[in-house]
Design a protein around this ligand. Structure first.
Ligand SMILES: Cc1cc2nc3c(=O)[nH]c(=O)nc-3n(C[C@H](O)[C@H](O)[C@H](O)COP(=O)(O)OP(=O)(O)OC[C@H]3O[C@@H](n4cnc5c(N)ncnc54)[C@H](O)[C@@H]3O)c2cc1C
Length: 421
């Protein structure tokens, strides 16, 4: 870490406004301006983001809210927010935020052993390790506790067999947190264990899945007798549900734009360049003076402002204990419905420009059209909208729990597709 890092131990925290001024000067001197292609999901872009993360690290601005003993700066949410605001005009390692920093590093920080954290957190903050979640399975993702991938203890290792799916960019990632069943004789939530898994090793096959927008980011993995060291367990054996549940809290915050562990404006949540894009679409289609188009532009802007305030209110509420962890579902649900509505607005404003453009000149309309193909993803990834609504009604509003026939039944006896294991 560079000499520019301020000593922030004990009460001697650098004042936020001094930190902000120092960040502003450093960003201007070291980070490239935000240009087109920040949301490109190509391999080249991913490598560029690793380099951007390395730049943050060597400049002493990586991991603002991570503890100093694991390579971070040990500063507060306020420092992070100040840095994020200052970084808005610059290109940043956006895709490292989710899932690596905001979800997996956050979960490791909470449940990992000291050795696991020392080994991985500085490497993550240096941009050397990209992480992914191996949670969803071909048999279904919403019922996460219905996991069928198994890990059987054999001396110093667990032997992993099964399959995971919908893992974002697993082929280009280095490590995963993988949920597997270690006990079939207890009800489904009580027999799971979370593992740290090296992705590129014998027995792990990663296949990329082509999406409707032409991308190959999603993967399916197959595990054939993969040996996982026993010291790669995160939390306790058979208590993986505790880890997974908290991982999902981090995910809802990170996907909703409210994680303290992510850095850089999250476009689509707090404004960034997105509102300019919506206004550009209205101008591009010659409708900047049209009353209905102007209402749509204003609606998109108001939604962004509400999103920013909601994120701030709920993250502060959760940080102070005034709101319980499931409140993160409010941010996640609002974020997902907001992205969907903004996509509809963009399509309406752009008109024909979303489907046809001059050869070699894809404008904002083309971007909006392509983005609309994957807009449904935000209402599934990190738990679907229906699941968020279940959480809000059951765990925030105290409504009765959804009926589950398998809740107290040993998982071995639960019928799945007409068979039991
Ligand atoms: C962009 C994106 C990124 C993702 N990244 C990852 C990743 O990195 N790692 C990973 O493991 N997974 C990832 N996923 C998978 C994601 O977690 C699952 O898609 C999600 O949990 C839903 O699971 P499913 O697709 O199997 O749908 P299912 O669980 O089969 O659900 C199908 C439909 O039924 C509804 N439904 C299911 N159960 C209920 C219920 N109890 N009450 C009401 N409605 C219900 C759902 O809302 C949904 O509409 C990603 C998905 C997306 C879209």
């Amino acid at each position: 870490m560079s000499d520019t890092t301020t000593d922030t131990t004990g009460d001697d925290l650098e004042p936020v406004e001094e930190f902000r001024a120092r960040a502003r000067t450093w960003l201007a001197a070291n980070m490239p301006p935000l240009g087109d292609g920040w949301n490109d999901r190509s391999d080249e872009r991913r490598e560029r983001e690793r380099d951007l993360q390395r730049t943050l690290w060597s400049g002493g601005f990586a991991g603002i809210c991570f503890p100093r003993e694991y390579g971070g700066l040990g500063l507060t949410n306020e420092h992070q927010r100040a840095f994020t605001a200052e970084s808005a005009p610059y290109d940043m390692p956006f895709s490292l935020n989710v899932p690596t920093l905001g979800i997996l590093a956050a979960t490791l920080l909470e449940f990992g052993t000291h050795e696991q954290k020392l080994r991985h957190l500085p490497a993550i903050l240096r941009g050397d390790e990209l992480w992914v979640q191996f949670l969803s399975e071909p048999s279904g993702g919403s019922d996460l506790a219905g996991c069928l991938t198994r890990a059987d203890r054999d001396g110093d290792v667990f032997v992993l067999n099964g399959s995971k799916i919908w893992s974002s960019a697993a082929y280009a990632s280095d490590w995963a947190m993988c949920l597997a069943r270690t006990n079939w004789d207890v009800p489904k939530h009580r027999g799971l264990t979370m593992f740290i898994l090296e992705i590129h090793q014998p027995g792990v096959t990663v296949e990329q899945i082509r999406q409707v927008d032409g991308t190959l980011e999603f993967c399916q993995e197959f595990f054939d007798d993969v040996h996982v060291p026993a010291d790669a367990v995160v939390g306790e054996v058979d208590d993986g549900w505790t880890v997974a549940s908290k991982l999902l809290v981090h995910e809802r915050l990170a996907v909703g734009g409210g994680s303290p562990y992510t850095s850089g404006a999250s476009i689509g949540h707090d404004g960034g360049g997105a509102d300019t894009m919506i206004a550009d679409l209205a101008r591009g289609s010659g409708r900047a003076h049209d009353a209905h188009a102007r209402q749509l532009v204003a609606e998109a802007h108001v939604r962004q402002m509400v999103a920013g305030q909601l994120i701030r209110r709920i993250t502060q509420g959760m940080a102070t204990g005034a709101m319980p962890a499931p409140a993160g579902s409010l941010i996640k649900l609002f974020g997902a419905t907001n992205v969907m509505r903004r996509s509809e607005i963009a399509l309406e404003l752009a008109g024909g420009a979303v489907v046809a453009w001059p050869p070699g000149e894809p404008g904002p309309g083309a971007l909006a059209g392509t983005a609309s193909l994957s807009r449904q993803g935000v209402s599934l990834g990190g738990g679907s909208n229906e699941i968020q609504r279940n959480i809000i009604s059951e765990r925030l509003l105290g409504m009765p729990r959804e009926y589950a026939a398998d809740r107290e039944v040993p998982y071995r006896e639960v019928r799945r597709g007409g068979s039991s294991r």
